[in-house]
Design a protein around this ligand. Sequence first.
Ligand code: ZN
Length: 256
Amino acid sequence: MKLPYNMRLSALGERQQFYESFNLKKSRSWVGRKLVFAVIIGRHSAIYPAEYVKDKDEPLIIDNYHTLKDVHIQILKFLPEGVYYDRNYYKDFSLCHSYDLRKAWTWDNFLGQQLAFDLDPENVDCPIHGPSQERLAKGWGLGFCETAFKITSTNTVQLYDELKKNYTDVRIVFSGRGFHIHVFDKDTKILTRKERKAIASRYQKYGIDPWVTNGEMRLIRLPYSLNGLSSRVVLPLTVSEVAEFNPKHGALPFFV
Ligand SMILES: [Zn+2]
């Protein structure tokens, strides 16, 4: 995995330092509602606390908690490479614990899903290194170059401007690699799978990940958490900040 801008994996001790002073309340306020959280311990980084070797690859769901402090304790226990939240809305959170949330779309406890777009530099065609499919075949995986990143930030600004014609509450987050665009307008919560698929294909030209937009992938990185694959903070940005944003100097955690 080749990364530009001096991005690198975070060591376990760095994850620990970061999450010791982590303000989960700030993340929770940004989303603005009660959340189901999830962590991925070591799927892409292959860095994980030894006792979680069996759990390192799959998302571990944190839904059975009373206060955010309980969640914080869990995060400090797992020291994950990534922290996520579930974009789904549920009637009764206490039922989530005993249900396979991957099947949430057909569950009667399911109320809808927050609309989101995921723009990653490995998904755009690069004038220097070739189309994304070709780079993937060459084994680039999650790697990318500065040119692909700049194309991704331009695409993000354009997609944001286009979405603002239809929606009011549209927010951009640097994901630690590319960008997420979150749409919080209430009427988008109840869009059907079919409608989401249509939205995903309408905006596909911007290099979005259709699985996030069409509802298949419900988890998204939690704002202000650490992206342990790049050692960058998952950071909300205004649209004008996105145009100027340079990940070499921006969104650095204190240990970099
Ligand atoms: Zn390139």
